[in-house]
Design a protein around this ligand. Structure first.
Ligand code: DGL
Length: 267
């Protein structure tokens, strides 16, 4: 699986707990985070490069553990790769649709995800009668990347982004960015307890299991593990990621160059 940085660990945690016998390779493109403020072309180029890097490591399934990449690049990755590719958006949309009672769903994410309207489309494909209210929260990503989730800056920004939004009448809120579950308690507090929060990582983990089962490639025995790759210094990733996963990240490898685009674009 890959993400622009540390956020995809919220997906990894869920996949790991549901599929403890699988071996997971995680790539955090920490040199180029954030993706959420970049153009669709740039995000797609990065997604192709990350995907090929992981493919050369022999993966059997690819999980795009980043809403921004999934919103903008799921289609092309599905087309280009010879293995199943899953994103985080459809599983999150499915869960939101099954949760909402008043048919009013909120989505928060990066600017690129919100602008793409990928969640609106995914939700309305399942139930066209649902109203979707969206809002981008761009500073949540750097707050999480810097490990500031318990700092008062996190609460101040959550109030700034969500206090008004919480009056929109939604009964379900999708955290449409894999970094946001790190701020889940604060988001919950500001939105009020009448609003159900959808964690796309949990739903994605179920979708990964279904895919592995239906394709007959589920590993049913032995012990799984995790290997991490980052495109910038492993130190901050180790520190913040270890705190988040509540265990030390043993194997974090620095990847110098992800530039595989020429190969991929010509296949
Ligand atoms: N964690 C990512 C997402 O789910 C992207 C954050 C970023 O790089 O802007 O959208």
């Amino acid at each position: 699986m890959f993400d622009s940085g540390i956020g995809g660990l919220t997906v990894l945690k869920e996949v790991q707990s549901l599929l403890p016998t699988e071996h997971i390779l995680y790539l955090g493109d920490t040199a180029r985070v954030p993706y959420g403020s970049k153009s669709p072309q740039t995000v797609t180029k990065y997604a192709l490069e990350s995907a090929l890097f992981l493919l050369t490591k022999g993966i059997k399934v690819l999980v795009i553990a980043c809403n921004t990449s999934a919103a903008l690049s799921l289609g092309i990755l599905k087309k280009k790769l010879p293995i199943p590719v899953l994103g985080v958006i459809d599983p999150g949309a499915k869960e939101a649709v099954s949760h909402t009672k008043n048919k009013k769903v909120g989505v928060i994410g990066t600017k690129a995800t919100i602008r793409s309207m990928a969640y609106e489309r995914a939700i309305k494909r399942l139930d066209s009668g649902i109203e979707v209210v969206s809002r981008s929260c761009p500073l949540f990503v750097p707050i999480v990347e810097e490990g500031l989730e318990h700092d008062e800056v996190a609460r101040i920004m959550a109030e700034r982004y969500l206090a008004e939004f919480s009056k929109s009448g939604i009964d379900t809120l999708v955290m449409g960015c894999t970094h946001y579950p790190v701020l889940e308690d604060i988001i919950h507090d500001v939105m009020g307890h009448g609003v159900a929060i959808v964690h796309t990582g949990k739903e994605t983990a179920k979708a990964v299991k279904e895919t592995l089962e239906s394709d007959g490639i589920l590993n049913t025995s032995g012990r799984g593990g995790c290997e991490f790759f980052v495109t910038d210094s492993p130190d901050l990733f180790k520190e913040v990621g270890g705190r988040f996963l509540e265990e030390p990240l043993k194997k974090v490898t620095f990847v110098k160059n992800l530039d595989y685009k020429d190969f991929l674009l010509s296949t």
